[in-house]
Design a protein around this ligand. Structure first.
Ligand SMILES: *Cc1c(COP(=O)(O)O)cnc(C)c1O
Length: 358
């Protein structure tokens, strides 16, 4: 027997979600964003599953790209932050990776590199997020310098939205206009849309969309729409009941006695804790499902275990507990833990085996 904590990864759901991104943006190509080990889902397995149909992949750094190449992935791979040191550029060329160029230093490294092959380059433009990218007024000049470089091949102008999840705000349209003005007249394809923009801002899809969180089935939108409602959760974080106890009213549960029973209560102990990546800040009342029945977390989550209220439920020792997945959305758990589904997924630790299902 083994500890029952595990994350089931539904490969068919990821494929469905990739196809949903393509259906939302039917005239665009899509880079499946599988940085950070595919948001905790296992980058190599996800890439292998999507490779036959993916227009490309996007990762954060060359280490992540090389892991994919070593596993036989031949699709286009974009390094979203480009290179961190100039010596990476020879490997970029050998492995035929696509780089982002986001600042003067990276630009100089690229222009001065001795490379025989033509590299595909994404020129990053800061349209208002103020994280990476060239200022709008620099773009035409940077573009011309790249175009004039013998080892620069196709150029894609890209930007990133800071608030595309807030579907009622004008900020995404403002960023879009800044991007449009900066790139006007340039003969380049464009890439703007992350998951929320794919789902909610169709005018901004252009040539290349970049679905990340939506591949994993969590909606990033503040207001769901017809597209986001079709997302399928790709990870079921599961464990099992390892103890059940009956307590009278007035008993404190777990560290710090944060929860005190207000009535006779049956407490289920689940083999899942913050060392597995379940958020320690989950409040009392955070939803959880046991044997297909919704209930709530009670008491502080500890390192290897947590307690749930199983009063009046049909349960027995060993029953399956879903922390998030098909019944309980990661977004719900995130909302009860002052975080977002992105951190829940990427926070799953290596103690939790990933089990792949199609
Ligand atoms: C991570 C990332 C994405 C994907 O964002 P989601 O919100 O997960 O869809 C897209 N573009 C860039 C530049 C990123 O860093």
């Amino acid at each position: 027997m083994a500890r029952p904590a595990r994350a089931i990864i539904h490969l068919d759901a990821i494929q469905h979600n990739y196809r949903l991104a393509k259906a939302c943006a039917p005239n665009s190509r899509a880079l499946a964003v599988i940085k950070a080990n595919a948001y905790g889902h296992g980058a190599v397995r996800i890439a292998q599953h999507l490779a036959p149909e993916a227009d490309g992949f996007a990762v954060a750094c060359i280490e992540e790209a090389l892991e994919l190449r070593a596993a036989g992935i031949q699709n286009r791979i974009v390094l979203l932050e480009g290179v961190f040191t100039p010596d990476e550029l020879s490997t970029v060329a050998e492995q035929q990776l696509t780089i982002v160029v986001q600042g003067e230093e990276q630009l100089a490294w690229l222009l001065e590199a001795r490379i025989a092959q033509k590299l595909e380059v994404f020129l990053k433009i800061d349209s208002g997020m103020h994280r990476l990218g060239f200022a709008p007024e620099q773009v035409k000049q940077v573009y011309q310098r790249l175009r004039a470089c013998a080892h620069v091949g196709d150029l894609v102008c890209m930007t990133h939205f800071a608030r595309a999840d807030e579907t009622q705000l004008p900020r995404t349209s403002e960023q879009y206009q800044i991007f449009q003005r900066a790139t006007q007249g340039l003969n380049a394809s464009c890439s703007l849309a992350n998951s929320p923009a794919i789902l909610a801002w169709p005018a901004m899809h252009h040539d290349w969309v970049r679905p990340g969180i939506m591949l994993y089935g969590a909606s990033p939108l503040d207001h769901e729409n017809a597209h986001s409602l079709q997302l399928q959760p790709a990870m079921s974080l599961e464990s099992a009941l390892i103890a059940i106890r009956s307590l009278p009213a007035g008993e404190p549960i777990g560290y710090g006695g944060r929860f005190v029973t207000d009535k006779p209560t049956q407490v289920g102990v689940v083999a899942m804790g913050y060392a597995d990546g379940y958020p320690r800040h989950a409040v009392d009342g955070t939803p959880v499902a046991v044997n297909g029945q919704r209930t709530r977390v009670i008491g502080r989550v500890s390192m290897d275990m947590m307690m749930i209220d199983v009063t009046g439920l049909e349960i027995k020792l060993g029953d399956r507990v879903e922390l998030w997945g098909k019944m309980i959305s990661a977004n719900e758990v995130a909302a009860h833990s002052s975080t977002i589904a992105y951190t829940l997924f990427t926070g799953i630790t290596r103690r939790v085996p990933l089990i792949y299902q199609t």
